[in-house]
Design a binder for this molecule. Structure first.
Ligand code: C2E
Ligand code: MG
Ligand code: MG
Ligand code: MG
Length: 288
């Protein structure tokens, strides 16, 4: 009986593997036409300043809507685009899109905010990255100071010598640079000292249980303190409740991003958010 179960579960496993890789192959192939077929769009997730009780920025997040398969999560397709190299083109499209959008918002007289963009390893380590980014921003007529570049620890530490120079150059040009999913990668503290990084984005896995889990509380408190000692700011990701927000505010975390403040919004919704200033919601927040 046990043997049979084992065989069945192996068969099931093998079948699942096959389906998994088949889907990966299909998605990877479909990605090749996604840009030219206009299947991508961006959503913007507002970021709240806990010191000003106002929106300070937004993160641009990529969405892929396939005509047959529907919405496909970036957690699934970004790694595939990274593998097949398309992420470089896709990443440039994202930047182009964000820059054009920002220019439009400025001409519409909407409040000026910083928009953060995720840069993957392959894109970050390409030749002339800084020049390419600068050109796109300049052509759109947007200031680099309105753009934030998000890198994960893994990206930054892949080749620390080169990464350090690129980050410094970005910073020199006026771009903001932040470390995404902070605390989940190989955390080499020495790079924080050497790299011209402005902000640490505390990973949502530490925020999830922060109200009850004393280990998460200790880690997040330490990250915030360390960031401040190094003259960097912090933003907490995945904040979903008022209790989480209050803990973070009390510890001196400057900004939050998460469903509590807003889900990622399509452009039209985001413009409404910007104009009606939903940050009023946060005015009620007070920490004793
Ligand atoms: P990330 O950069 O860490 O983005 C944050 C993710 O957390 C987003 O998932 C966002 O929708 C989600 N999130 C925000 N607030 C909450 C919350 O309160 N609760 C929960 N449970 N989740 C929340 P999303 O949009 O599915 O993106 C997943 C990842 O895909 C991103 O993680 C990023 O690594 C990658 N990604 C997204 N867009 C791009 C892009 O344009 N380029 C690159 N290279 N990667 C991207
Ligand atoms: Mg990010
Ligand atoms: Mg993140
Ligand atoms: Mg993440």
């Amino acid at each position: 009986r046990a043997k049979q179960d084992g065989r069945n579960s192996f068969r099931f496993f093998a079948q699942e593997m096959q389906e998994h890789s088949l889907r990966s192959l299909q998605l990877s192939a479909a990605l090749k036409d996604a840009l030219s077929n206009d299947q991508f769009h961006l959503v913007y997730q507002p970021q709240l300043s806990l010191t000003d009780n106002a929106i300070v920025g937004a993160e641009a997040l990529l969405r892929w809507e396939h005509p047959e398969w529907g919405a496909i999560s970036p957690a699934e397709f970004i790694p595939l685009a990274e593998q097949n190299g398309l992420i470089v083109k896709i990443g440039e499209w994202v930047l182009q899109q964000v820059a054009t959008q920002q220019k439009q918002w400025l001409s519409k007289g909407l409040p000026e905010i910083i928009v953060a963009i995720n840069i993957s390893a392959l894109q970050f380590h390409q030749q002339n990255l800084v020049e390419r980014i600068s050109n796109i921003i300049q052509e759109a007529g947007v200031s680099p100071s309105n753009i934030e570049i998000e890198l994960t620890e893994a990206v930054a530490l892949k080749d620390p010598e080169v990464a350090g120079k690129t980050i410094d150059a970005l910073s020199q040009q006026g771009f903001k640079v932040s470390i995404d999913d902070f605390g989940t990668g190989y955390s080499s503290m020495s790079y924080l000292k050497r790299f011209a990084v402005h902000k640490l984005k505390i990973d949502q896995s530490f925020i999830k249980d922060i109200v009850t889990d004393i280990d998460d509380q200790a880690i997040v408190t330490a990250i915030i303190q360390m960031a401040h000692s190094l003259h960097k700011t912090t933003i907490a990701e995945g904040v979903e409740t008022q209790e989480q927000l209050e803990f973070l505010k009390e510890k001196g975390c400057e900004e939050i991003q998460g469903y509590w403040y807003s889900r990622p919004l399509v452009t039209e919704q985001f413009e409404v958010f910007l104009t009606t200033n939903k940050s009023n919601k946060a005015v009620e927040v007070s920490v004793p």
